[in-house]
Design a protein around this ligand. Sequence first.
Ligand code: FES
Length: 137
Amino acid sequence: MIAKKVLLNELGKEQKKKGFVSKKKLKEIAKNVCLPESEVFSAATFYSFLSLEKRAKHIIQVCNCPSSHLHGSDRIMKYLEKKLKVKAGHATKNKLFFLSETSCVGLCDKAPAIIIDGKPYVKVNEKKIDKILRKLK
Ligand code: FES
């Protein structure tokens, strides 16, 4: 259990630092946390906040689980798709933003929630999104 926490911490640090986790880094992390490379690879491909390749400068994840859904996450996703001119699961042409859905991020009481570059934003609406995007551009 502790090794897995250390593993996720190491993967998260690399994701934040480089914007992705390279295969070389996966091997290095596996060695450091004494876990098989297959287990490290599984973790790196399971969690939506991790990527094995550089997607874009900023990663935007919209929670699509029940609480966020009930509080308008579909509307938020459509707004982001229109605003960024990109569909979920893709990066903008200039590689500034990558937009995707994610499962519950544990902020159900403050839904709808989105995560941008690992930072949570809660009770988001169109006005809040405009303000956030202006700061990121
Ligand atoms: S359902 Fe969106 S944060 Fe839990």
